[in-house]
Design a binder for this molecule. Structure first.
Ligand SMILES: O=C(O)CCC(=O)C(=O)O
Length: 377
C-alpha cells in the first residue's frame, strides 16, 4: 500500500528549471521527462516491479462479427472463448468490433495534438487534487515516489447526458480550438460504450445467467476515458510507464499503438501483449470480478517504456452508476450463501482508490477490509 499521497520531492532547481512552481505541485510533462539523461529518483521503481517480460501472452482473439449479426452459434462460440480467458487472466482481444479504424487513428492523432502543446496550455485542463478528470503529469500531484513515466488526460463519458459532455470538457478547459478533438473523443467514447455493453452481454452468456443482466446494470453508468502518452526514456530498465496494478473499474477497452508496452502478469511471469491496429484489448476489472463473485479474474498489468519511441494508448473504463450496489446476480451458479466480497457501491471503491489507496495487486482485498472497518455491520 502506498500512503505517500502528498508532497513531492523534486528539488527547487528542477522545478524552477521547468517553471511550474505556481501550481502548488511540481508539473512534470514529457518535455521535462525527455530531457532527463539520468532519471530522477522519484521515477525509479523497485527491482521487483521491473522484472523483464518473458514471451507473449497467448490471449484469445474474439471475432465479434457473428454476435453483432445475431448469429447464435457464433455468439456461443465467442462466449466460450471469453470464458476461458476470464477464468485464467481476464485478458482477450476483439476484432470485427465495428469501430471505424479512421476514428481510432483520429483519436491517436488528437493525443499527439494535445500532448504536444506547451505545458502552460495543457495545464488549463489540469486535474485538481481529488478530481477524476483532467490532465496529469506523472501523477506527481498524488504521489511522491514510483512516479509513472507518462502524462495522462482523463475525462468522463455519460451516455444519458443530453449535453455532449466530452466536447464541453475540451471547450471549457483548453478552448474552442479543441472542439474537434472533443467531437472525436465523444464519438470514440460512444463507440466504446457500445462495445462494452456488447461484451457485458457475452460475459453474461458465458456465465450462464440472464444475458441482459450486466448490460442493464451498466447502461446508465458514467465511464472514464484516459489518453496515455509515454515519452521515450533514456533508462527504460529503471522506469515504468504505468506501474503494476489491477483496474478497479469493471471492464477496460484499450487500444495501443504499434510501439507496444502493455504487459500482463500471469503464471508468475510478465507477458507482453502484441499490438494489433485492428483489435481492442479487453480486460476484466475488480468491480466485475466482484460482480462475478470472484469467478472472472482481474489481472495485474503494467506498461513499460521505450528508449527511442514515444507510445500512446487509449483506455476506456466502464463503470456502473456510482450508487448501484455491486453484488453478483441471483442466478449466478454457486453465488448463493458463498459470497467472496461484501456489497459495495462503485462510489465507495472509487473513493478508496482516490483517497486512501494506490491501486495495486491487492486493491479489492484491502478495499473489503477498509469497507468492513468503516461500516461495521
Ligand atoms: O498503456 C497501457 O498499455 C496500459 C494503461 C493502463 O493500464 C491504464 O491506463 O490503467
Amino acid at each position: 500500500m502506498d500512503s505517500s499521497i502528498g508532497s513531492t520531492i523534486f528539488s527547487p532547481s528542477q522545478l524552477e528549471l521547468h517553471g511550474q512552481r505556481d501550481y502548488g505541485f511540481p508539473f512534470v510533462d514529457s518535455s521535462f521527462l525527455q530531457k532527463q539523461t539520468n532519471i530522477p529518483a522519484e521515477f525509479t521503481w523497485p527491482k521487483g516491479d521491473l522484472v523483464n517480460s518473458n514471451g507473449e501472452l497467448s490471449e484469445p482473439l474474439v471475432d465479434l462479427e457473428g454476435f453483432f449479426r445475431g448469429d447464435e452459434l457464433a455468439t456461443q462460440q465467442a462466449a466460450r472463448i471469453i470464458k476461458t480467458a476470464c477464468l485464467s487472466h481476464g485478458f482477450f482481444q476483439v476484432i470485427n468490433h465495428g469501430v471505424d479504424s479512421r476514428l481510432i487513428t483520429a483519436a491517436h492523432d488528437h493525443v499527439d495534438k494535445f500532448f504536444k502543446l506547451p505545458v502552460s496550455q495543457k495545464l488549463k485542463a489540469r486535474k485538481l487534487p481529488g478530481k477524476m478528470w483532467g490532465y496529469s503529469g506523472a501523477h506527481a500531484e498524488r504521489f511522491a515516489s514510483k512516479l509513472p513515466w507518462k502524462e495522462t488526460l482523463s475525462f468522463g463519458y455519460d451516455e444519458k447526458s443530453l449535453d455532449p459532455i466530452v466536447v464541453n470538457f475540451f471547450k471549457s478547459t483548453i478552448g474552442n480550438d479543441f472542439e474537434q478533438t472533443g467531437l472525436i473523443y465523444q464519438k470514440y467514447c460512444e463507440a466504446m460504450k457500445g462495445i462494452s455493453l456488447a461484451i457485458m452481454e457475452l460475459l453474461a452468456i458465458s456465465l450462464g445467467i440472464d444475458r441482459l443482466h450486466y448490460r442493464k446494470f451498466f447502461e446508465d453508468g458514467c465511464s472514464i476515458m484516459r489518453c496515455n502518452y509515454y515519452p521515450p526514456c533514456k533508462e527504460p530498465g529503471l522506469a515504468l510507464g504505468t506501474g503494476p496494478h489491477c483496474d478497479p473499474t469493471s471492464l477496460t477497452i484499450l487500444h495501443q499503438d504499434q510501439v507496444g508496452g502493455l504487459e500482463v502478469f500471469t503464471n508468475n511471469r510478465w507477458k507482453t501483449v502484441r499490438p494489433r491496429h485492428d483489435a481492442l484489448v479487453i480486460n476484466i476489472g475488480e468491480t466485475f470480478m466482484a460482480l462475478s463473485n470472484g469467478k472472472y479474474k482481474s489481472c495485474l498489468h503494467r506498461a513499460v517504456v521505450n528508449r527511442y519511441k514515444e507510445r500512446k494508448s487509449l483506455a476506456f473504463f466502464l463503470c456502473p452508476q456510482g450508487d448501484k450496489i455491486v453484488r453478483p446476480p441471483p442466478d449466478l451458479p454457486c453465488s448463493q450463501g458463498n459470497r467472496m466480497y461484501p456489497d459495495f457501491t462503485w462510489s465507495e471503491l472509487l473513493e478508496f482508490t482516490q483517497k486512501h489507496y494506490r491501486a495495486d495487486t491487492a486493491t479489492l482485498e484491502n478495499f473489503t477490509k477498509w469497507l468492513k472497518s468503516s461500516k461495521p455491520s
